[in-house]
Design a protein around this ligand. Structure first.
Ligand SMILES: [Zn+2]
Length: 243
């Protein structure tokens, strides 16, 4: 995920109750990871993701440059840049274990940052949520090529680097997530500089599809990709089944 200017409360990490100790910024488990499904325990006692997303909202899609003042201009295509959709303040949230995380933005990586048993998908969507105390929760959605979906509404025809922002109306945010909310839970990090730790991750087991056209549009913007390599898995991880 993209870094955000915030003071992450490291000691508040662990809301997903993975029995990990407090993660200090810049130390501990880094993200993304390759999820070894055969070795991941199922833990139905972990708190559910209570999704409170509106059926229709307007998002603003923009090309996020790593350094807006970069003297090399608008063709740098830095791997830490992305296409990002900003969600109106207060429009959507997820509650986990009684703690509310507000949806700030969602953005895309090509190919997927998280692997499952060594396999990538063409795209991964990160929905970045922040609690009032600064703690982060990121939902990771791996996207496969297939039937058009709500992802197309956000992803297709993205703005060019230094191009104008683009508004997308009537976006069904819940439809950006898989129907089955079973997810791999672990405490990791930002996947871009400064790679801050203590980030609550939920990577869905089920994938979502997007059309070849929408995926091709993202590839055209980032021909050299914008995904961080997987990091060694050193901390606990568990699969929280939907029910
Ligand atoms: Zn990301």
């Amino acid at each position: 995920m993209r870094s955000m200017p915030l003071a992450l409360s490291a000691l508040s990490a662990g809301v997903l109750a993975l029995a990990a100790g407090p993660a200090l910024a810049g130390t501990g488990q880094q993200s993304p990871i390759d999820i070894p499904t055969a070795d991941v325990p199922v833990d139905a006692s972990l708190p559910a993701l209570e999704i409170d997303y509106p059926e229709a909202t307007t998002v603003t899609v923009e090309y996020i440059r790593k350094d807006a003042d970069d003297p090399e201009g608008c063709t740098t295509r830095d791997p830490e840049e992305t296409i990002e959709a900003h969600v109106p303040h207060g429009a959507a949230s997820v509650t986990v274990g009684g703690k509310e995380f507000e949806l700030q933005q969602l953005h895309f990586h090509t190919p997927s940052e998280h692997l499952v048993d060594g396999d990538a998908t063409p795209v991964e969507q990160h929905l970045v949520h922040q609690a009032a105390d600064g703690e982060l929760l990121v939902l990771g959605v791996r996207i496969e090529q297939g039937a058009p979906s709500e992802v197309d509404t956000v992803l297709a025809d993205p703005p060019a680097e230094c191009g104008p922002d683009s508004e997308r109306a009537g976006v069904d945010l819940r439809a950006l997530l898989p129907e089955d909310l079973s997810s791999y839970r672990y405490t990791g990090s930002l996947t871009t500089s400064p790679f801050t730790g203590g980030v609550n991750w939920a990577v869905f087991a089920e994938t979502v599809t997007a059309s070849p056209g929408a995926i091709g549009d993202l590839d055209a913007v980032f021909p050299e990709h914008n995904a961080r390599d997987v990091q060694p898995l050193t901390g606990p991880i568990a699969l929280r089944p939907q029910s």
